[in-house]
Ligand binder design. Sequence first.
Ligand code: NCD
Length: 310
Amino acid sequence: MTSLVGKDILASDQLTVDELELILATAKQFDIISQAGGTLDLMRNMILATLFYEPSTRTRLSFESAILRLGGQVLSVAEAKSSSSAAKGETLYDTGKMIEGYAHAAVIRHPVVGSAQELADGASIPVINGGDGAGQHPSQALLDLYTIQKEKGRLNDLTVTLVGDLRYGRTVHSLAPLLRHFGTQFNFVSPSELAMPVAITDKMRAQGSAINETDDLAPVVPQTDVLYVTRIQKERFADPAQYEALKGAYIVNNALLQQAKPDLTIMHPLPRVDEIAKEVDAFEGAAYFRQAANGVLVRMALLALITGKI
Ligand code: NCD
């Protein structure tokens, strides 16, 4: 029995280094097995419920692919906002109480920060936060960590530059606190209006992280090992004019990469809008589609571990 059995996965900083290493090692085992053409039956007769109150392609499909590849089954409420009892005013707490009778684990995505916690408060089954507004997205951060390890061959001794919408982008809120464990040197690059929340930077600095905050991307590219690009989160802006003023703030293209290390790794949680030019896809270190594929393996590991099947 590992410490992850029965746990809700709501925020990345709840995970210990031992737990992180266990998740990464399990995902790697699954990677080796699936590359060898093997199949896994660890979650036969188990059901995952996916409740998505906000758009998703990768997160929902990769969780669904993960449970199917483990021999389990999936119950899915897509467009949960309009088609589920939420439209009738049911609270997430009550939905949690109900869902435990239908499934062995649940994944929720919702526009409100704290929503996954509310579902988890009601449900006795493990709940994974698949993105709560501008809050957290821990399973994305785990697959990002797995991708960095796979692409670079290590997690320590890296300079990681996070660029774009660090205010509303939940993937970076989850990733930065995980990387902190490995002594990462950080560059946080954003317009000042979209800076990383002070609550996160203060905590990380107090824990000893080296963080350089700037609005200028080009000068930090040459020292960067991993460039993690994010989309400006249009749907989180109260004022559309502010979005219009800030969109297109950073474009990663071949000209910018002229100054980069030859072994630079470029990541993006996707979807991209215009922050990475298509010409960059041909760059060897452009890892964003490999990163998306890694999502299935990491989510398989997470599901098998929280349900105690491995
Ligand atoms: C991210 C999200 O939903 O936060 N997408 C994802 O899960 N891969 C990033 C984004 O939408 O910009």
